[in-house]
Write a protein that binds this ligand. Structure first.
Ligand code: FMN
Length: 153
């Protein structure tokens, strides 16, 4: 049994969790903002996904990793990120415990999504500067999501 835990601000990491869930058997998904984490003892596989903001995973993903590090060391693990830049190596190294990364069956940065209509003014300015464009962005690579699921199956 697999649990896919995700941390999102605008829904991209949730959407990816749902796509992964569609590719895998026997999964449950859980929003880390939605209260207590289910008992991990019921799952042999744990997938954790987070959006990246200013180089960091969301705070609820950080808190989850800190609180469950020992339990996670006993699981099959997959970690994914949603973000529009290509700093995959740096993001994983900076945000995940080294031992858990080494142990993970799959890690990937799938790309990101940004809808200026959902964002606030400051976020629009930041994204315009970073992405050098002001419209909607969708760089999610479904082939990568599928490949990740194949590794985790
Ligand atoms: C203020 C702001 C900062 C961001 N910083 C990063 C970043 O450092 N690296 C990155 O790859 N993407 C960055 N992004 C893009 C988000 O990671 C991307 O939009 C992602 O899909 C958001 O996921 P969510 O919808 O699950 O919150 C940033 C977006 C915003 C609005």
């Amino acid at each position: 049994m697999t649990i896919i835990l995700y941390a999102t601000k605008y829904g991209t990491a949730r959407e990816v969790a749902e796509r992964l869930s569609g590719y895998l058997d026997d999964t449950v998904t859980h929003d880390l903002k939605a209260g207590a984490v289910p008992d991990l003892a019921e799952f042999d596989t744990v997938i954790l996904g987070s959006a990246v903001y200013a180089g960091s995973i969301r705070k609820e993903a950080r808190a989850f990793l800190a609180a469950h590090k020992t339990e996670l060391a006993e699981k099959r693990l997959g970690f994914y990120l949603c973000g529009i830049s290509k700093e995959e190596q740096t993001y994983f190294k900076d945000n995940f415990p080294k031992e858990l990364l080494e142990q993970a069956t799959a890690t990937d940065l799938f790309g990101g999504k940004f809808d200026p209509q959902k964002a606030n003014g400051l976020e629009r300015l930041i994204m315009k500067a970073v992405a050098k464009q002001s419209g909607c962005i969708d760089t999610i690579d479904d082939a990568k999501v599928k490949q990740f699921a194949e590794h985790m199956a």
